[in-house]
Design a protein around this ligand. Structure first.
Ligand code: ATP
Length: 429
């Protein structure tokens, strides 16, 4: 029997066995101090020569960083210890003695770390990010469950693209061509007629040529879609979701936020209502800052950074020009040049984390938009059918998991938000 370090509290002053890895150690002659982790927590292990048998002491003397061990000893509280608890060892058994570990304390270049990503993920910082990733995924699922959404799935292998194939990965599908999904949205739209409010959570793929700190070629997206929800309510759902995620991370991942040295006072400010500006207002704000941009241009990463730095909470930008947004977005009834959509930009310059819109629900309008956007009609016939059989007003949005993690963890680059990042110039390991 062995226990997990996350449960230490229950075993105070008891003798227990733990299993894990030594990530650091030092010795002062007859005592060894081991920094030890098991994936659920950390502890400082004290090994005194006079308290252990010969074999255990020999094991200790042969130790190398990242060796795996089974240790038996007594747990006690130690406020001065970095982990709050210590173990006085009775017995140590080496499970596997590690060879010289390539990642040391000195600064390694990013390429070196990325080449050794399978080891780099063991570091405290990387593990903390991945624990926060888990918290965010779990909180998204919990939020939607609480709100009465049904979890469903969209296919990853898709027959065609509805928005052009430039950013798609094409693959051979027997004697045909298929594409890896870049969003589950259209499929989710069909599911609202069966399930009402739905969401999916899956990997999406974009052959982004952009070498930025915000773009992965494989990333996880949560798409939500809801019948009878219109533009304003769609933004309210997004606002509640973000607030829920932030509160969950602040409440359940304090230790990890501390490891990342995250300024949590900035996260604590994230309370609804979030500021909302229109695309027109955003263009004016950028022009006032001296940015060369005109009505009709889309925002790039730099513009998004500038806009999001103007606010201390996530910023909604709504009602973009129809011609720069997807064909399925519904026109603003007050101005046909605009659509009822929104992007949501994370504060601190992190840029877009959500894209959402109310969808066209009328058959004729959708047919016209497909023509206007010069899209092939045949692959979209099934999508048009949705407007033939009981169409309703509906809206939805997609939140990018890794962008959200990068913001909440305060990271400079999206590559650290996912265990094995896929980037334009990297598919290994
Ligand atoms: P951008 O213009 O910033 O590349 P987009 O407008 O193409 O993003 P959407 O199609 O609206 O993005 O996708 C919804 C969300 O998915 C985005 O808000 C973002 O959080 C995330 N996302 C999109 N592309 C990527 C990517 N290449 N890597 C990581 N996340 C992404």
């Amino acid at each position: 029997m062995y226990i997990l370090l996350k449960d230490l509290k229950k075993y105070l002053n008891k003798t227990v066995t733990i299993k894990g890895w030594v990530f650091n150690f030092r010795s002062s002659g007859s005592i060894y101090f081991l920094q030890f982790r098991d994936g659920s927590g950390e502890i400082q292990i004290i090994v005194s020569k006079k308290e252990v048998d010969k074999n255990s002491w020999a094991a200790c003397q042969s130790l190398t960083v990242e060796s795996s061990l089974e240790i038996t000893g007594k747990i006690y509280l130690e406020e001065r210890s970095p982990h709050g608890y210590e173990m006085q060892t009775q017995k140590i058994k080496i499970i596997s003695l590690a060879e010289e570990y390539p990642i040391g304390k000195k600064d390694h270049g990013v390429d070196f770390l990325m080449d050794h990503r399978y080891l780099w993920i063991r570091s405290r910082k990387q593990a903390a990010i991945l624990k926060i990733r888990d918290e965010i995924i779990f909180s998204i699922r919990l939020f939607f469950k609480n709100q009465g959404f049904t979890l469903t799935d969209a296919p990853i292998l898709t027959p065609t693209s509805c928005e052009g194939t430039t950013a798609l990965f094409a693959i051979k599908y027997f004697d045909k061509k298929a594409y890896l999904s870049q969003s589950g949205q259209l499929y989710l739209e069909s599911l609202i007629y069966s399930l009402g409010k739905v969401y999916d959570f899956g990997p999406t793929f974009r052959a982004e040529k952009s070498k930025t700190r915000r773009h992965l070629t494989e990333f996880w997206m949560m798409d939500a879609e809801a019948a009878f929800v219109e533009h304003q309510e769609n933004m309210e759902i997004q606002e509640k979701l973000i607030t829920f995620i932030i509160n969950s991370v602040l409440k359940n991942r304090k230790k990890e936020l501390k490891i990342l040295d995250r300024n949590t006072s900035l996260l604590k400010k994230i309370k609804p209502p979030f500021p909302k500006i229109t695309y027109d207002q955003a263009i004016k704000k950028l022009q006032e800052k001296g940015i060369k941009i005109k009505w009709g241009d889309d925002f790039g990463g730099d513009e998004e950074t500038i806009l999001s730095q103007m606010f201390d909470r996530p910023l909604f930008i709504e009602k973009y020009p129809a011609k720069i947004k997807a064909f399925y977005m519904k026109s603003d009834p007050k101005n046909a040049k605009l659509v009822l959509n929104n992007d949501c930009l994370a504060p601190e310059g992190y840029g877009e984390i959500i894209g959402g819109s109310q969808r066209v629900d009328d058959l004729k309008t959708l047919e016209n938009k497909i023509k206007k956007f010069k899209l092939p009609r045949q692959p979209l016939e099934w999508y048009l059918d949705l407007r033939r059989y009981g169409s309703v007003p509906h809206s939805g949005f997609g939140i990018g998991l890794e962008r959200t993690i990068a913001w909440i963890c305060g990271l400079n680059h999206i590559r650290e938000t996912i265990p094995f990042p896929r980037l334009i110039n990297r598919i290994n390991p």
